[in-house]
Design a protein around this ligand. Structure first.
Ligand code: TRP
Length: 461
């Protein structure tokens, strides 16, 4: 048994990490991982790009039918293996008497997490100059045009981006090197609730713009004629991204989960909170977008262009803007830590100490991140895979995003569903999931793989 009481109470060591001290702490760490730029930055902008309602509905269906059961699967496999995602896949496959090639799932997941971290850090870095602008009152009465120019100026400056990217990666390495439980527990239990409340305040403000109804119908009134096969794949990929799935993060965190905690109930709480934050972010942002005649399909700059305009007109806007970008930075931070964890826990198993592993992994991700950062300016015309229609016009940043969210994560997800649905003894999964097993098993055995295969089929056609 990899887990016992003594470890639960012991200090985290570099070889055998301690368990989370309670279900609540695990939920907070997992919510900290799940809630991040994906909810507040990415969800609104891809919803805008993909036409709203129908996309949101597909996304919600993906969360419920594929995301939630997969989260249960990953946490369960992680807890059984009790190791890094790579070590866990090797361990659990062996215990089930299955091929040792299943370790490949752990490797691909770790690779996806690493790649995501590389560009996530660049974007998370944007929050820092925004904190400074907010504090110095630069947003007061800012026009939509000036806000767009401010954002454009940031993207055009590789040195500025490099500075913030470096600081953010440094922060990530710092927590990771100390062990995820250390520091993370306190941060997530206080800051996540604060972010939630601030979003509610923003939604309250958005309701006063007179365009709230328009935003609600944009988000929730489906127009299926606007839905493409590609949009469905994007919704699916985002469901994985936003829940931190198919990348080892939940497996790595599951390894620290005490045996008595109900995986299913915990996963439901995490998924509901994560989805709630994304929908709140949408409700806060789109009324502002419509009120100021901004483009819903603006792209990755959406919240960075729209929110300053809103803050600029709000009473106490400077204060709220500062708070908002600080909390967004923290939300991104508690996510990036979980991305690095797949790799760090693996290197740790290979005998490399936590500090060295975190620095090495962070440094490598930082280097790759520089290519993302350059693709926003100097290399913005460098679209190396133009010969394939699917990748046409995509910069390196676009390609990393597409490769991870639309290809690697769905593939990892499919393999995990096949593993737990067909290769693992049902008695074993039942012993982890209890009464929920009855509901979960047919979903991961049939529904999730079939849904994933259908999405793949229509995208490869
Ligand atoms: N879920 C986080 C967000 O929405 C991002 C994230 C954290 C993540 N850990 C991950 C994404 C692992 C992919 C893989 O911002």
């Amino acid at each position: 048994m990899p887990h016992n009481k003594q470890m639960a109470q012991g200090q985290p060591t570099s070889i055998s990490p301690a368990l989370w001290s309670s279900r609540f702490v695990f939920i907070m760490a997992a919510v900290g991982s799940a809630v991040g730029l994906g909810n507040i930055w990415k969800f609104p902008y891809i919803t805008g790009e993909n036409g709203g309602g129908a996309f949101v509905l597909v996304y919600l269906a993906c969360i419920a039918v594929i995301g939630l059961p997969l989260m249960m699967s990953e946490v369960m496999v992680g807890r059984r293996g009790g190791k890094s995602p790579i070590g866990t896949m090797a361990e659990v496959a062996k215990a089930e008497g299955r091929s040792k090639h299943w370790v490949g799932v752990g490797i691909m997941a770790t690779l996806a997490a690493f790649l995501i971290l590389s560009f996530y850090s660049v974007i998370a870095g944007w929050t820092m100059p925004y904190i400074i602008s907010a504090m110095s009152g630069s947003f007061s009465d800012i026009s939509a045009e000036d806000s767009g120019a401010l954002f454009g100026g940031l993207l055009a400056s590789p040195w500025q981006l490099l500075l913030w990217h470096s600081i953010f990666m440094g922060l990530t390495v710092l927590v990771s090197a100390g062990g995820v439980r250390h520091g993370l527990e306190r941060a997530v239990t206080k800051l996540m609730p604060a972010l939630f409340i601030l979003l509610l305040i923003l939604v309250g403000y958005a309701a006063t713009t007179g365009h709230f109804g328009e935003a609600v119908s944009f988000l929730f009134k489906p127009d299926f004629s606007a839905l493409t096969a590609e949009a469905i794949l994007t919704a699916l990929g985002h469901a994985f991204f936003t829940l931190s799935l198919a990348s080892g993060a939940m497996m790595a965190y599951g390894a620290y989960l005490p045996k008595h905690v109900s995986i299913a109930r915990t996963a439901v709480v995490i998924a509901v909170m994560d989805t709630g934050v994304a929908l709140l972010a949408g409700l806060a942002i789109f009324p502002i977008v419509f009120a100021h005649g901004l483009a819903a399909g603006e792209g990755p700059g959406l919240i960075f262009v729209t929110l300053p305009v809103a803050f600029g007109q709000m009473p106490g806007g400077g204060f709220f803007a500062t708070l908002f970008f600080v909390l967004l930075l923290f939300a991104a931070w508690t996510s990036s830590i979980s991305m690095l964890e797949s790799l760090v826990s693996y290197l740790n198993e290979k005998g490399i100490g936590r500090v060295k592993a975190a620095i090495g992994g962070g440094l490598a991700a930082w280097l790759v991140g520089i290519t993302t950062l350059l693709s926003l300016n100097v290399w913005s015309d460098f679209t190396p895979l133009d010969m394939f229609a699917r990748f046409e016009g995509k910069t390196l940043f676009d390609l990393y995003d597409y490769l991870t969210a639309n290809i690697m994560m769905p593939v990892v997800a499919l393999l995990i569903a096949l593993f737990v649905g067909w290769k693992m003894k049902p008695a074993h999964s039942a012993s982890e999931l209890g009464a929920w097993h009855k509901l979960w098993f047919p979903v991961v055995r049939y529904l999730s793989p079939i849904a994933l295969l259908i999405v793949f089929y229509f995208n490869l056609k």
